[in-house]
Write a protein that binds this ligand. Structure first.
Ligand SMILES: [Zn+2]
Length: 253
């Protein structure tokens, strides 16, 4: 089975990294990354000085990250951070591509070239961080109406201490990723220009009960019975684990 993460920038895969790692180990999944921009307008860590432009630095970091997942990697080469509203981002990308139809064709061709069985991308409603590029890309992927199942990244994360990982929408499902949590820290460490070692450590040391990736499976997902059951089983286990911990804490209080 081939799983394709479609992200807006190098490092966006962190929202699902422990889950991708989990699918590699439990279901033998092959991972591919399709990244819309090179992240050239992102903020560069002040501790990192480079002769290269940020887009080249981040492209190289994404190659490292992909290699650690043994994943195929492709960039779409769209412009980073061109607008503050998703609709304006889509307008800008479409104008670069020669129209909406041409933009959708670029994305569809890239997806078909990577021949995934399953796609994971942003939820256009919040894009995990409200970033306009994330939300625009989520909307664009959904607008393709692909026959491939699509799952949305739903983890909303505070990137500073104390770290909290919350679901972006009420109907999101938690997936217990305690076994592959280290893969998140490893992925973040690949993106040296974006995360300083303290931030990586903060994520590495998240309390066990917070080691969850929140997801929302869109309906076509139901065709993939085996994986649905696998994830649903994990979701039930993590729900009861969280419930038991809350009760235990209440009992102590
Ligand atoms: Zn991003």
């Amino acid at each position: 089975m081939r799983i394709l993460w479609i992200g807006a920038h190098p490092d966006d895969e962190l929202f699902v990294a422990p889950w991708l790692a989990r699918l590699r180990t439990t279901a033998g999944a092959k991972i591919a990354f399709l990244i819309a921009t090179r992240g050239e307008l992102g903020v560069c860590s002040p501790t990192l000085r480079s002769e290269l432009d940020l887009g080249s630095v981040r492209e190289a970091e994404m190659k490292d990250a992909a290699a650690s997942f043994d994943a195929e990697l492709q960039f779409l080469g769209w412009r980073d951070g061109i607008a503050r509203q998703p609709e304006d981002v889509l307008r800008g990308w479409a104008s670069d591509a020669g129209g909406r139809k041409a933009l959708r064709k670029q994305l569809r061709d890239a997806v078909e070239g990577l021949s995934p069985d399953w796609i994971v991308t942003f939820d256009r409603r919040h894009g995990c961080t409200w970033h306009a590029d994330h939300r625009a890309l989520g909307a664009l992927v959904q607008s393709l109406a692909l026959s491939i199942p699509v799952t949305l990244a739903e983890s909303r994360i505070t990137f500073s201490s104390p770290l909290h990982i919350q679901p972006g929408v009420r109907e999101a499902e938690p997936v217990d990723c305690r076994d592959t949590w280290d893969d998140l820290a490893r992925d973040m460490a690949s993106h040296r220009s974006q995360f300083d070692p303290e931030t990586v450590e903060l994520f590495r040391n998240v309390p066990q009960e917070q080691r969850i990736v929140w997801l929302l499976h869109l309906p076509a997902w139901r065709r993939w019975r085996y994986l649905r059951d696998n994830v649903a089983g994990a979701a039930t286990r993590v729900k009861s684990f969280v419930r038991d911990s809350v009760r235990a804490r209440a009992a102590r209080a």
